[in-house]
Design a protein around this ligand. Structure first.
Ligand SMILES: Nc1ncnc2c1ncn2[C@@H]1O[C@H](COP(=O)(O)OP(=O)(O)O)[C@@H](O)[C@H]1O
Ligand SMILES: [Mg+2]
Length: 276
C-alpha cells in the first residue's frame, strides 16, 4: 500500500480538492483507495457526500478511543472508502496532550489495513499540530499542494523542517515525493515564476540527502476550474459532477503520473539534476 499524506499548513491551496479527486481517479482506475479525513473541518468527508455526525465512528474516535479504522470508514464509490472527520476532531489535539505515544496512534491503527488497500491518502488540516504529526508518522510519502502565489515559498521551510524532524525521530522512511501545482493560471508570468522557483529549489543537489531530496513537481498542472469549486457542494468528486471539465482532465492526468511514479523509480529517473 502506498501511504501518502497531502500536507501544507496553509489553507486554501488545494489539499482537500486534490485528496478527494486524486482518490476518486485512482479508484476509477481500479486501485483500492482509502481516504482519511484528518481535518476537523471535514471538507473531504462532505465533498464525498457524507454528513459528519457526532454519533457515528469517525477519525475522532479512531484517535481518542479503541475504535478501529475499519469501524470508522465507509465505502462511497467502487474501490473508494472514506474514514470521515467531524468537528470534534479539533478537541483531539487537547485530549491527546497527556497521552504517551500520541504521535503514533494512527500508524498503529493503520497496521491492520495494510493488505486491504493499494493507496491511502490523508487529507491534513492546515496546521502542524498532533493531527498532522500523526499523519507524518503513519505514511511513507508526502505530496505538497502549492498555489502559484508570490507567497508560495513562504512557510515552506517550516513545513520542511517539521517533516525532517518527524523523519528523524519517528519515521525514517518519510519522503516528500510530489509537489502539486493547484489553482494554476496558465500563461501568467507569476505562475511561471513561482513554478520555476520551486523547481529550482527542489533540484538543488545539497538537498539530496534530505527527506525532500526526492521531491519533484508533478508535470501536471491543476488549472483553476470553477467546476472543481462547485463539486463539493454536490457531494461529488469532479468525475461524477463534471466529467468533461478541465478539472476532471487534470486530476485524471495527475492520477496517471502518481501511478507511474513510485519512490524507487523516481529516485532513479534520469535527467533530474539534484536528485542523483
Ligand atoms: N483548481 C481549482 N480551481 C478552482 N477552485 C479550486 C481549485 N482547487 C481548489 N479550489 C477551491 O479553492 C478552495 C480551497 O481549496 P481546498 O482544496 O479546500 O484547499 P485546502 O484543503 O488546502 O484548504 C475550495 O473552495 C476549492 O473548491
Ligand atoms: Mg482542506
Amino acid at each position: 500500500m502506498r501511504k501518502i499524506a497531502i500536507i501544507n499548513q496553509k489553507g486554501g491551496v488545494g489539499k482537500t480538492t486534490s485528496s478527494v479527486n486524486l482518490s476518486a481517479a485512482l479508484a476509477t482506475a481500479g486501485q483500492r483507495v482509502m481516504l482519511i479525513d484528518l481535518d476537523p473541518q471535514a471538507h473531504a468527508t462532505l465533498h464525498l457526500g457524507l454528513a459528519p455526525s457526532p454519533d457515528e465512528a469517525s477519525m475522532y474516535h479512531v484517535l481518542t478511543e479503541e475504535t478501529s479504522l475499519a469501524e470508522a470508514r465507509c465505502q462511497v464509490a467502487p474501490n473508494l472508502c472514506v474514514a470521515g472527520s467531524h468537528i470534534d476532531l479539533a478537541a483531539a489535539e487537547v485530549e491527546l496532550a497527556g497521552v504517551v505515544g500520541r504521535e503514533l496512534i494512527l500508524r498503529d491503527k493503520l497496521a491492520a489495513d495494510e493488505d486491504q488497500f493499494d493507496y491511502m491518502f490523508i487529507d491534513c488540516p492546515p496546521s502542524l499540530g498532533v493531527l498532522t504529526i500523526n499523519a507524518l508518522a503513519a505514511v511513507d510519502e508526502v505530496f505538497i499542494p502549492v498555489q502559484p502565489h508570490f507567497l508560495a515559498l513562504h512557510g515552506l521551510s517550516k513545513l520542511l523542517e517539521t517533516i525532517s524532524l518527524v523523519g528523524r525521530r519517528l519515521n525514517p522512511q518519510l519522503r516528500i515525493t510530489g509537489i502539486i501545482f493547484c489553482l494554476h493560471e496558465a500563461g501568467t508570468r507569476l505562475a511561471a515564476e513561482v513554478t520555476s522557483d520551486l523547481e529550482a529549489f527542489f533540484e538543488q543537489p545539497r538537498h539530496a540527502a534530505k527527506p525532500w531530496g526526492t521531491a519533484r513537481p508533478f508535470h501536471t498542472r491543476i488549472r483553476r476550474n470553477i467546476r472543481l469549486a462547485e463539486a463539493p457542494s454536490f457531494g461529488q468528486s469532479i468525475f461524477d459532477y463534471a466529467p468533461d471539465s478541465h478539472g476532471a482532465t487534470d486530476y485524471q492526468q495527475l492520477a496517471e503520473e502518481v501511478l507511474g511514479h513510485g519512490i524507487a523509480g523516481h529516485v532513479a529517473a534520469p535527467g533530474h539534476a539534484g536528485i542523483t
